[in-house]
Design a protein around this ligand. Structure first.
Ligand SMILES: Cc1cc2nc3c(=O)[nH]c(=O)nc-3n(C[C@H](O)[C@H](O)[C@H](O)COP(=O)(O)OP(=O)(O)OC[C@H]3O[C@@H](n4cnc5c(N)ncnc54)[C@H](O)[C@@H]3O)c2cc1C
Length: 651
């Protein structure tokens, strides 16, 4: 074992054992809501978080809007309507279960948040009189001001409020602990989750968790194609501690995944390629619907879905004549005609008409409250813009009443990427599940970004809470199982191995090598020969380089474990790509050896899992979850009853 100089105790090799009914792995939005829901059902709960719950996860530093709050008092759409719109928008490669839970229960979770101390409405009347503010409730809306189902929220207040609630409910928070493996056992002939292992990332202490049920909320893979060794924290869109460990440990344990063949050309990576997400002047998301101007200061027109030029700022927030509602944000890139909202004129058309780059967001041309809600509130609440953009630019004299903020890339994006620079962005693949958000392994549930085709805060909160209450209900009928000493010993050996070496390869080198391999062999255009070459290369890394990985302290050891998980996930992705023998537009999946796009027989969810190293494929119809409303109602009568009574509809 290496001797190291370190501010924390050396606990490498020490073992702690903890027991609970419900174990939640990952303390982001989904994990916190899961733990709260399970604790409210009377379960004893442990939540394991690699960082500090108060600020961890994609929403830790904030977020500015909450999607699909279809049951808020001002909404003019139903949960079913919006869920089905999402499903159609994604050509049915969508998660009908998770979206319906989001649309049906998301607003309940916001009301929870308000009780916990988070800010979800403009109580002070700061935006009184604005078109996007409801005068009675103080709720504030984004995008579609007519249908009012996306809320502007003060996301920076949410994680501290959740942590306080966890503390109040007596949930045991095991922070600075990376979950590393799922423990399973065969019970009555079926595989069951019986707990997990973890390591304190400061001291190296090993922890074995024994649990009746487990909820996975460790987000999605990252740093598979995009990696910058010098700017680690900026390599990807999501925070650096989320790299897909939940997927890797799930794959090792035999969990089933779907849509893992889907990756998109990267949209955000601040490392060399782009500015911080939502940090440039643009017209999307946080910045919707900023006035845009070209290099000469000439205003760029907004058009509705029929190409009609809009004359006022107010029209940018309304559906077109004959359109019920439009979709924006999260998983929506270029919406289908049915759901397409107002947008600045197409880039090629702008070039034809002589508009000149660079473009800028010019908030000075907007009504005062629209300017203030973008530059003051949204940019101030959004995850990566609060300090780098709002605070720093303001300190340096940026005044939105007088100055413009530039766009980069060819248009109003933050950057341009190459085809092989890919990302699991938007609604990528993930854990496959049933209506209880249960995986194929008994006792193991999942929620939030770890689910397939899932994204956004409302979805994470709603599915987290839902999975927590289902996991608590299941736990009450399950016996606690003994943990296997052999499994624990084997995991300890795997985890500590890089600390026993005196020299070798470090985690940065391996991460860079994996990213290069994935860009070369699993880029924009794929074929069997390339994918197999990629797999052979990753296997060589596994055989030749993994045994040489070396690190000097528990923090580097954690980083090393992350890269081992990235390697595992990369192999999962290559395997999934090899299974689909056609190309697919909605999956952004192009094969040179199978060029036909979305042939009828192939429009299925391909599921993938491994058993003793053998890859096992399944084919599931795209609409496997049935009629979303009926299926939800069948399984959630207790929740609906409580809500109707107005007593306690809390997760
Ligand atoms: C820059 C940015 C802006 C966004 N803006 C918005 C927005 O305005 N509106 C919106 O709806 N959505 C937004 N999103 C998306 C949204 O934040 C996420 O979809 C949501 O927070 C997902 O919640 P989650 O709990 O599933 O994952 P996360 O909140 O990311 O939580 C995962 C947690 O698991 C922990 N973890 C990871 N691995 C391990 C491990 N091995 N052991 C223990 N813990 C582990 C992580 O530390 C993290 O705390 C944004 C995301 C980003 C990155």
């Amino acid at each position: 074992m290496n001797v190291y100089d370190w501010p924390y105790a050396n606990e490498l090799g020490n073992v702690e054992e903890l027991t609970c009914d419900v174990l939640v792995l990952g303390g982001g939005l989904a994990g916190c809501y899961a733990a709260i829901a399970a604790a409210r059902k009377g379960a004893s709960v442990i939540i394991v978080e690699k960082g500090a719950i108060v600020r961890s996860g994609a929403a830790g530093s904030g977020f500015d809007h909450w999607e699909s709050a279809c049951t808020n008092p001002c909404s003019r759409v139903s949960p079913k309507e919006i869920t089905e719109a999402y499903i159609r928008e994604q050509d049915h490669y969508s998660n009908g279960i998770a979206h319906y839970i989001e649309c049906r229960e998301g607003y309940d979770r916001l009301l929870d948040m308000e009780r916990f101390g988070g800010k979800i409405r403009d109580d002070e009347g700061e935006f009184r009189g604005a078109q996007f503010r409801d005068e009675q409730t103080g709720l504030m809306f984004a995008y579609d001001y007519v249908n009012k189902f996306t809320l502007r929220v003060w996301g920076t207040t949410f994680k501290p409020a959740l942590r306080n609630e966890l503390q109040r409910l007596g949930v045991r928070m095991v922070e600075r602990c990376e979950a590393t493996a799922l423990l399973t056992k065969t019970v009555h002939g079926r595989k069951r989750g019986v707990g997990a292992t973890g390591m304190n990332v400061r001291t190296g202490r090993f922890i074995a968790f024994q649990a009746r049920t487990t909820v996975l909320t460790m987000s999605r893979p990252a740093r598979v194609w995009l990696f910058d060794p010098d700017l680690l924290g900026l390599s990807e869109f999501r925070p650096p501690q989320s790299i897909g460990s939940g997927h890797a440990m799930g794959w090792r344990a035999g969990l089933e995944f779907t849509m893992m063949e889907k990756s998109v050309r990267a949209e955000f990576s601040a490392a060399g390629r782009s500015f911080p997400p939502y940090g440039t002047g643009n017209n999307h998301n946080t910045w919707y619907a900023s006035t845009m101007v070209d290099a000469r200061g000439v205003e760029i027109p907004y058009v509705d879905r029929d190409g009609k030029e809009l004359q006022t700022v107010s029209e940018r927030y309304r559906p077109a004549p004959g359109q019920k509602f439009f979709l924006k944000g999260g998983v929506i890139d270029e919406a289908k005609y049915e759901y397409r909202g107002p947008e600045t004129l197409n880039f090629n058309e702008l070039m034809k008409r002589g508009y000149q780059l660079p473009f800028y967001a010019d908030l000075s041309k907007m009504p005062e409250l629209e300017r203030k809600v973008i530059w003051g509130m949204m940019v101030g609440q959004e995850a990566k813009t609060k300090i780098p953009i709002l605070e720093n630019y303001t300190k340096r004299g940026f005044d939105p009443k007088r100055h413009r903020l530039q766009s980069y890339g060819s248009g109003w994006q933050s950057a341009s990427f190459l085809g092989q620079e890919r990302q699991l962005f938007g609604a990528p693949g993930g854990v496959f599940h049933d209506w209880d958000l249960k995986t194929n392994i008994d006792g193991i549930y999942a929620a939030g970004d770890q689910l397939f085709a899932s994204d956004c805060c409302g979805l994470a909160a709603a599915t987290g809470s839902y999975a927590g209450r289902k996991a608590a209900a299941a736990a009450s009928g399950m016996e606690q199982q003994d943990l296997s000493r052999a499994d624990i010993e084997a995991e300890m050996q795997r985890l500590y191995a890089p600390m026993y070496r005196k020299d070798g390869m470090n985690w940065r080198e391996l991460n860079a090598a994996i990213a290069k391999a994935m860009q070369n062999y699993c880029g924009e255009v794929k074929c069997d020969a390339l994918l197999q070459e990629g797999m052979a290369l990753l296997n060589r890394y596994m055989e030749n380089d993994v045994p040489n990985l070396f690190c000097e302290n528990p923090h580097e050891l954690m980083r090393t474990h992350e890269v081992l998980d990235i390697l595992e996930v990369s192999k999962l992705i290559l395997n999934a790509c090899m299974l689909r023998k056609s190309s697919s537009a909605p999956l952004h999946f192009t094969r040179s050896d199978y060029r036909e796009k979305d042939p009828e027989g192939d429009c299925n969810f391909i599921t993938i899992r491994q058993e003793n190293g053998r890859v096992i494929r399944g084919d599931v119809p795209l609409g496997y979850y049935g009629d979303v409303e009926k299926e939800y109602v069948k399984r959630n009568e207790d929740y609906i009853r409580e809500k109707e009574k107005g007593s306690d509809c809390r997760g």
